[in-house]
Every structure is written in C-alpha cells, then in structure tokens.
Design a protein. Structure first.
Length: 239
C-alpha cells in the first residue's frame, strides 16, 4: 500500500504545483478584479496602502499553497488510497484517467450541477451551513454514482464493451439526474457583469479539469515507467 500512496503523493504534488501556478497567474487576478467590480475602489479607501499590500500578498501565498496542498490531498486519497482499493476493477490501460474522472465528478462535477462556483460579489439566498451540507451530500451522490456506474459496466461487460459503456452511463445519468431534480436550487444575486461571471466560472472549471488531468497523467506515467534492468553479466569463454 505504501507504494500506491507514494505514487499518488508524487502525482498529486506535480498536479498541485501546476494548479498553484495556474491560480497565481489566472485565479488570483480574476478574484481581485471581481472584488473591484463588486465593491469598487471606495471599499479599500479606509485601509492604509501598506496594510493592503501585505494582506493581498498573504492571501496570494495562502491560496497558492492551498492549491498545492489540494493536489497532494487528491493524489493521496483518490490515486493512492482509492487506487489501491479499486485496482482489481481498473483496466491496465487508462485506470489513472478513470480515477481522475471519478475524482473530478465526485469533488466538483456533480455538486456543481446544483451549486456552481460563484465569483466574488455573487451571493446566494441559501445559508452557508445549508450549502455546505448540500455540497457534501452531492459529493456522496457523485462517489456512489461512480461506483454504481463501474459496477454496471463490469456486469454488462460480457455483452460487449458498447453495451457495458451504455449501461454505466445510463446508471450515472439516472442517479445524477434524480439528485439534481430533488436538490434545492438556490437563487443568486450578482454584483458583477454576467460576462465576467461566466468567464470566472469557466476559469474555475478549467483549473479543476487541469488539476485532475495532470495528476492522472503523472500517475499513469509513474506507473508505466520502466524499471531498471538487472546488470548484465559479460559472457565467459566457457559460454
């Protein structure tokens, strides 16, 4: 199990480092611009300039460090622990990418169907506590649904790959669709332009897809790396 965790941790660190760079170059500037659009320059007029610079610098460092830690956590839990537990059910080729897809759908994809990422300045009528419980519940739905889709695929595999894929997708669609229909949809009020809000949401989605994709690619590469050959012995005259 240690080898699985080590491989997941290395892949997670690679993906987290790339994601931290993305947050530094794209995410943080967009957040800062969204705050300016939502609050205006007058919101910072009462804060001394030096204090504001220090505060923004600390915020940037924390967000970048948190992004790296998030990649490491995903690598350990999803690609390390879950990869170890579900290895018999994963294909020899593409197993890392299936883990990445399942992780993205569980952590982000399914919950975002009800609670999409929102830019600073976008407020919802739902309380923070209720939204947190709903998000965690949707994560559980996503995890169970991914497992159910995988089980359906393996049960139908004897009927051919197309039938197995169709069955897995049908199970996933039914469960996710039911959860989305039953979950409450919070109303939102935005103080930023709709075009910028759409761009912000798109940047968050791209960042998460990139994070999971890079971790999966690194995990797959680490698993397929050739092992060093044993030292060869020079033939003797007797041979």
């Amino acid at each position: 199990m240690y080898d699985y965790l080590q491989r997941g941790a290395v892949a997670g660190a690679i993906g987290g480092g790339a994601y931290g760079l993305y947050v530094a170059l794209v995410g943080n500037p967009m957040v800062a611009h969204a705050e300016e659009l939502a609050h205006g320059e007058h919101a910072h007029s009462h804060v001394p300039e030096a204090e504001s610079v220090v505060s923004e610098g600390v915020t940037h460092v924390v967000s970048i460090g948190g992004s790296v830690a998030l990649g490491l956590l995903f690598g350990l839990v999803v690609f390390g622990l879950a990869g170890y537990l579900f290895e018999p059910a994963l294909p020899d080729r593409g197993g890392s990418y299936l883990l990445g897809l399942g992780g993205f759908l569980t952590v982000s994809g399914v919950p975002w169907l009800v609670l999409p990422p929102s830019a600073p300045g976008v407020e919802t009528a739902m309380s923070t506590t209720t939204a947190l419980y709903l998000y965690v519940g949707l994560m559980a739905v996503g995890a169970v649904d991914c497992l159910g889709a995988g089980a359906a695929y393996h049960r139908l595999k004897t009927h051919g790959r197309p039938a197995a894929v169709a069955g897995g997708l049908a199970v996933f669609a039914v469960f996710v669709g039911s959860a989305v229909l039953l979950a409450p949809s919070p109303a939102t009020e935005s103080a930023v332009p709709a075009t910028f809000e759409a761009a912000y949401v798109g940047s968050v989605i791209i960042g998460q897809l990139g994070l999971w994709g890079i971790i999966a690619a690194a995990h797959s590469r680490l698993g397929s790396a050739p092992t060093p050959d044993a030292p060869s012995v020079a033939p003797t005259a007797a041979d």
